[in-house]
Design a protein around this ligand. Structure first.
Ligand code: 3NM
Length: 233
């Protein structure tokens, strides 16, 4: 039977999703589109969830990415897998797709629709994530009503053509030192062996494409990331 991960989920006093609930979802945040894996994406996602992925983002971007009906079909297939396992399904960028599929949320970058507009379109019970790379972008995203932030790239990445300069864990550390408590995932070049410093810096979880999508065993990769994130996050 299908499970909707957000149904009955706690809303805070101001009718937003409870931030501790969102924080708990971010432990192992897997992002993938068809260009990120050499095997069928559905297979990779099934295995990754079996290994311990806690939230999934459909990110169909880059050279050779699917569009139109093919993109919609793949999104539907992957959403079905997420629902079967109670894993929230987030759509990168594409608000129309997110609405059409009644996805659990949307993730946007700085060049996309601001979170304030997305909140108006999506309502209070969906997850809105924003990529932020500077303290100013962080402040704006929080003011706009983001549920969580993706902060990166922590390490060098080859999965994003227009990635910003590598920034290590400094921004995450500084935000936590300032008392900013919004749920945060670190992103960019994170592997099993370099995940711990990201969590130690104050991230609630880690977000990866290639460490899981290109692994010979997505299940094992996800399980190893989960063991780090659950113990140290
Ligand atoms: N956003 P990998 S880095 C999608 O810095 C994305 O905002 C980033 O892929 C940012 O885990 C990135 O393979 C790519 O490095 C992450």
């Amino acid at each position: 039977s299908e499970r909707n991960p957000l149904s009955g989920s706690p809303l805070s006093g101001d009718e937003r999703l409870d931030s501790e609930y969102v924080r708990s979802l971010l432990k192992v945040y897997f992002i993938m589109g068809s260009v990120n894996c050499r095997r069928p994406a559905a297979e990779v996602l099934e295995e990754a969830i079996a290994g311990g992925v806690t939230i999934f983002q459909f990110r169909e971007k880059g050279t050779g990415a699917l569009t139109g009906a093919a993109k919609l079909d793949l999104a539907r297939e992957l959403q079905g897998i997420c629902r079967a396992h109670g894993v929230p399904f987030i759509v990168n960028d594409d608000i129309d797709l997110a609405i059409a599929l009644d996805a659990d949320g949307v993730h946007v970058g700085q060049d996309d629709e601001p979170a304030r507009i997305l909140r108006e379109q999506l309502g209070s019970d969906k997850i809105i994530g924003v990529s932020a790379h500077t303290p100013e972008e962080v402040r704006q995203a929080i003011a706009d009503g983001a549920d969580y932030l993706g902060i990166g790239p922590v390490y060098p990445t080859s999965s994003k053509d227009d990635a910003r300069p590598v920034q290590g864990t400094v921004l995450i550390e500084n935000l936590r030192r300032e008392g900013i408590s919004i749920p945060i995932v670190g992103i960019g070049g994170i592997t099993v062996s370099n995940a711990s410093p990201v969590l130690a810096a104050g991230a609630d979880g880690i977000s990866v494409i290639s460490t899981i999508a290109s692994a010979s065993s997505p299940r094992l990769a996800a399980a190893e990331l989960a063991s780090r994130s659950v113990e140290e996050g």
